[in-house]
Write a protein that binds this ligand. Structure first.
Ligand SMILES: [Ca+2]
Ligand SMILES: [Ca+2]
Ligand SMILES: [Zn+2]
Length: 674
């Protein structure tokens, strides 16, 4: 009986079935597209300013789907992209339903970037986290005895391998997953160094003159170097035999093992060590060279292995149940290793390896830890090496556009504008969405086609609130976010708030854990198969390789498309590309009525300008206000009628009328004669 009631409760108390307005919970940048979704069958909406309750924008809702296949919901969309005035607002539908309050501001993604990057610091293994940097999440050091050779290595004894990041909700360290994580973070820095230059993230290395992103990456790189054997090969992982219980990392006792060498781990190692060399050599050429040498030694081992190592790919030995990161195909890891070495050295050996092997598949998949082929292709496509083959680059470019168009098509049939079809809500679906966003962003960089950029932004908006759960999937970011992530320190520290900046895996229609199976079934729409539950590791765990694409997209949209329209600095006036004219009122002098005309000129006729008109006396005091609200460029006239404005109560004499357009003002004299 209890059980039946329990299921009933959760079947019908479900967020997605409640009438809601789904917004980007961080807010919107003035110069980027702005939209929201709702499952309420309304027809129009208003954007209302929080402080004044004034309506600043009105629009119609567009029906996206009567029954969206991914969510089973009616979905309507509101677009207020042309409204670009900074401020704090909420949405009100014609049904009187209202949204969360949100900002329109150039800074809306700043918090997301800082927290998603700082999250890597909170994953640090082998270091004490001090209050100065970690605040209430300070903790003692952990895992000082990493690690002992597992018997499957054929070796015995201990190899010092401290440091690096805990991989996910557990405390293991896995070279394969470190690979795609670092590959993504390094791509972010290589493509947009100006957006990731912050040296003030408040980590121990802040203020050292090196971007904190690179400092954080180096923390993992230093660990990776310890995972290399003398022959150049790289051990697959460093974990316990079984997952830890939910204790703080410093309380986690028991032997942690270094497992067998693998060719997939070695390929990842080569790729990220050589990539790190490129971005780090200008800061510390000695250490950068050490990284490149390690990568070359690893390549020399890997290129002598005719097949995958171990045969069939790495498998957990009997008695080991921690993450496996199994993969029976190492051709993509080898390709990525070769192309990163080529990009770092320009040597023909590596270029030829890539050019002999790249055609197996062009850009036709989204990168994940098991398949890094697309990461290899993207490095070649963006190569700065003069010997890179232009014809291959154009093949890669074409395949990037074809694949991106395919993603745009998926987005067009998805109720929330994400690049997944029903059937593709796999474990970690949020990271697939974000990695698709990266591919679209790169297509935009190469083509300057705005559609790719806008769809990339939609992928980011989805994970921070534009989704059926009305949830930001990132802890500590937005208004409503996961409180019970499958993340050991967030649970074991006794602090109610989870460690911030961590994105959870998200909807998983394949119900890969008992909690998902308890709450959902085959008939649940795929996008709804998510629950904020501590033990739903298949929908609510966190992972370093899921945070990395979040950092890239947050950093890009934080750093780019910064508005210059609503800047309050008068010195910026000339950059605004607008002007306005205020005409003499007619008739003048006037008695019962007069007309005031003005014109706003801009090179962008979709821009909105804040317009206000007021009448003042000789002392500059306001006699009455004629609030005009927001206007697009054009000519306007206002009839000043005593019947409406009741100015007959004021004395005859000289007055002024002042027009304000955004932060700028023009004033003219007028004469009132009773
Ligand atoms: Ca720094
Ligand atoms: Ca692979
Ligand atoms: Zn640790």
């Amino acid at each position: 009986m209890w059980r039946i009631y329990f299921v009933f409760l959760f079947s019908f108390n479900f967020n997605a079935l409640v009438a809601q307005i789904f917004i980007n919970q961080l807010g919107y940048k003035p110069d980027l597209p702005k939209f929201f979704y709702t499952n309420i069958n309304a027809s129009s909406f208003q954007i209302i300013e929080e402080n004044t309750n004034l309506v600043h924008y009105e629009g119609s809702l567009t029906l996206i789907s009567n029954r969206d296949p991914a969510t089973g919901m009616l979905i309507k969309k509101g677009d207020f992209s042309t409204f670009n005035i900074s401020g704090r607002y909420f949405i009100k539908l014609n049904t009187n339903d209202t949204s969360y309050h949100f900002n329109i501001s150039d800074n809306v993604f700043n918090d997301l970037l800082n927290k998603s990057l700082k999250a890597f610091y909170f994953q640090r293994c082998g270091s004490q986290l001090f209050y100065q940097h970690a605040g209430v999440y300070q903790r003692a050091t952990c895992h000082q005895n990493d690690g002992f050779y597992h018997s499957s290595t054929g070796q015995t004894g201990f190899k010092l391998s401290r440091g690096g990041w805990h991989d996910a909700g557990d405390y293991g360290k896995y070279v394969v997953n470190a690979g795609i994580t670092l590959g993504t973070l390094l791509m972010a820095y290589e493509l947009f160094p100006e957006y990731f230059s912050s040296d003030s993230l408040n980590i121990p290395e802040s203020g050292n003159g090196i971007p904190d992103l690179l400092d954080e990456i180096k923390y993992e790189i230093l660990w990776l170097l310890t995972m290399q054997a003398e022959d150049g090969a790289v051990f697959h992982k460093l974990t316990k035999e079984q997952f830890e219980s939910f204790v703080m990392p410093s309380q986690d006792s028991g032997i942690r093992y270094i497992y067998q060498k693998s060719s997939t781990a070695t390929g990842n190692f080569i790729a990220v060590l050589s990539r790190f060399y490129r971005v780090y050599r200008s800061y510390d050429s000695t250490f950068a060279n050490q990284c490149l040498t390690a990568a070359i030694n690893a390549w020399n081992w890997l290129s002598n292995q005719s097949g995958i190592v171990p045969p069939g790919g790495f498998k957990n030995p009997q008695g080991t149940y921690t993450g496996e990161y199994g993969d029976n195909n190492d051709s993509d890891e080898r390709l990525w290793a070769a192309v990163e070495l080529f990009e770092s050295t320009g040597l023909s050996e590596y270029r030829e390896y890539y050019e002999f092997n790249y055609t197996f598949a062009l850009i036709n998949s989204t990168m994940n830890w098991q398949n890094v082929r697309t990461l290899a292709h993207l490095t070649y496509l963006f190569s700065n090496q003069p010997s890179a083959n232009q014809s291959i680059k154009s093949q890669l470019y074409n395949s990037l556009l074809v694949y991106s168009n395919n993603l745009v098509n998926k987005r067009n049939s998805n109720g929330f504008g994400i690049t997944l079809n029903p059937g593709e809500y796999y474990w970690g679906s949020n990271s697939i969405v974000l990695n698709n966003g990266i591919i679209l962003l790169l297509a935009y960089l190469k083509s300057q086609n705005q559609t790719y950029k806008n769809v990339a932004l939609e992928q980011l908006n989805y994970v921070i609130g534009c989704n059926a759960h009305n949830l930001s999937f990132v802890t500590g970011v937005g208004i409503k976010y996961p409180k019970k992530p499958h993340h050991r320190p967030s649970e074991a520290d006794g602090i109610a708030e989870p460690i911030p900046g961590l994105i959870v895996g998200g909807p998983n229609q394949y119900l890969d854990d008992p909690i998902l199976q308890q709450y959902f079934n085959q008939n649940t729409p795929p996008a709804l198969c998510y629950i904020d539950h501590l033990q739903s590791w298949a929908s609510n765990e966190i992972a370093i390789n899921w945070n990395a694409p979040l950092v890239l997209l947050a950093g890009f949209f934080n750093g780019s498309f910064t508005s210059n329209v609503d800047n309050k600095n008068e010195d910026e006036f000339n950059k605004f590309n607008y002007n306005f004219e205020l005409e003499q009122n007619f008739p003048n002098p006037f008695n019962s009525q007069t007309v005031i005309r003005y014109t706003i000129n801009s090179n962008d006729n979709s821009k909105l300008f804040r317009v206000n008109l007021r009448v003042t006396n000789l002392l500059g005091e306001t006699v009455f206000n004629i609030s005009e609200g927001y206007k697009t460029p054009g000519s306007y006239h206002i009839l000043l009628d005593s019947a409406e404005f009741n100015f007959n109560k004021f004395p005859s004499g000289i007055y002024f009328y002042q027009l304000s357009v955004n932060e700028n003002h023009k004033t003219k004299k007028m004469i009132f004669l009773k």
